[in-house]
Design a protein around this ligand. Structure first.
Ligand SMILES: NC(=O)c1ccc[n+]([C@@H]2O[C@H](COP(=O)([O-])OP(=O)(O)OC[C@H]3O[C@@H](n4cnc5c(N)ncnc54)[C@H](OP(=O)(O)O)[C@@H]3O)[C@@H](O)[C@H]2O)c1
Length: 332
């Protein structure tokens, strides 16, 4: 059986382009004992993949040039030589960026059985949802009544973070990039602020207007001007959960940090980065709390779907231009 998969030709300099990716095809080796063959139905593209393209080990191994890329995917087992899986089983695994995956059974998990579309396990009930939950509950230690600011607030992580924060009863403000996203945030009771065509000073003033009392929690997805503006609007004792800094991922060389880091001191605030996989022991808590809510339609989760394996690089690139609302997915 043949598998089609993407490889990376070179390490991107700055913003990657579609030409850096090649769609290749090869015959899969014979299925061995303990292995499972899966037809992927949905692929996830995620901002962290950009860091893996630089050829440098960070908290995760880099992608190898010329080798199949990987990432989260869900699919259906088509052949199994492991007693834990059988043909037809719906599974999640890391053999993405391809149509057919062949993996050891230990690297595959059966999908939970909530009444949700399977692709939800790549987004709202997958890694992004868990990240929102961990960032707010474990890192920021959100309390009832906290005022919360979220950047990239209509994305996969941010859109759930704002809804988790709303449930705590304080004012929630979301930063996003276009009118459709701002309207969606307002429709779920989140005060929406655009960051487009503004410097940090203007954004800072707009945040102050949206939440004059300041923020107890900043859920950081973007960095740059968003961080600087957020620092100017912290309350005493604020917590910043540093989930990501997507505005910096395509920078060449080091970029200047915010000039107002001293606000951490002035407001006696704490800023802490985290990687969700180091907190995966909370995934079950998250699933027990949110699986039923998502299945009951109580969480408004959005998806942007690209159709066809060939679209995977474009779908990935859209993450850096705001071309997605909610979870960016590729449907095969
Ligand atoms: N720490 C962890 O374990 C962990 C896990 C998952 C994700 N993350 C991080 O969480 C963040 C969100 O990830 P996600 O998967 O949910 O992606 P996402 O928010 O669904 O997609 C990225 C969004 O970022 C915004 N963006 C892109 N470039 C920007 C820029 N220069 N300035 C401002 N906004 C920009 C865009 O929205 P607009 O239209 O609003 O610009 C875009 O839709 C990323 O930083 C990611 O690296 C961290």
């Amino acid at each position: 059986m043949q598998s089609r998969y993407f490889t990376l030709n070179d390490h991107p300099k700055g913003m990657p382009t579609a030409e850096l990716f090649t769609l290749e095809q090869s015959e899969l080796p014979e299925l061995q004992d303990g292995e499972v063959r899966i037809r992927n139905t949905w692929l996830s593209v995620d901002p962290y993949m950009r860091g893996r393209m630089d050829g440098v080990t960070t908290y995760i191994e880099p992608f190898q040039l010329g080798k199949p890329l990987d990432g989260a995917a869900v699919g259906e087992v088509i052949e199994s030589r492991d007693s834990r899986f059988k043909a037809g089983d719906k599974v999640r695994h890391m053999g993405g960026w391809r149509d057919i995956a062949q993996l050891p059974a230990e690297q595959i998990e059966a999908l939970p059985t909530f009444d949700v579309p399977v692709q939800a396990y790549l987004g709202v009930l997958g890694m992004p949802g868990t990240t929102a939950w961990v960032g707010l509950n474990i890192i920021a230690q959100i309390q009832d009544g906290d005022n919360v600011l979220v950047s990239a607030a209509s994305g996969a992580v941010g859109s759930l973070a704002v809804q988790l924060a709303k449930a705590k009863g304080g004012t929630v403000v979301g930063i996003a990039g276009d009118q459709k996203k701002l309207d969606w945030l307002e429709s779920i009771g989140v005060k929406a602020v655009s960051y487009k065509d503004k410097d940090a000073k203007q954004l800072s003033e707009d945040l102050k207007q949206a939440c004059p009392d300041g923020f107890d929690v900043y859920y950081e997805n973007v960095g740059g001007d968003c961080l600087e503006a957020a620092l100017n609007n912290l309350r005493v004792g604020a917590r910043i959960a540093v989930c990501g800094m997507i505005s910096r991922y395509n920078d060449e060389g080091l970029s200047a940090g915010p000039g107002n880091l001293a606000m951490l001191l002035v407001r006696r605030a704490r800023m802490e980065g985290f990687i969700v996989f180091e907190h995966w022991q909370h995934h079950n808590d998250f699933m027990s709390e949110f699986g039923p809510k998502v299945a009951a339609g109580e969480i408004d989760y959005q998806e942007t779907v690209a159709e066809g394996l060939e679209q995977t690089p474009d779908a990935f690139l859209k993450l850096f231009t705001g071309g997605n609302h909610g979870k960016m997915l590729v449907k095969l």
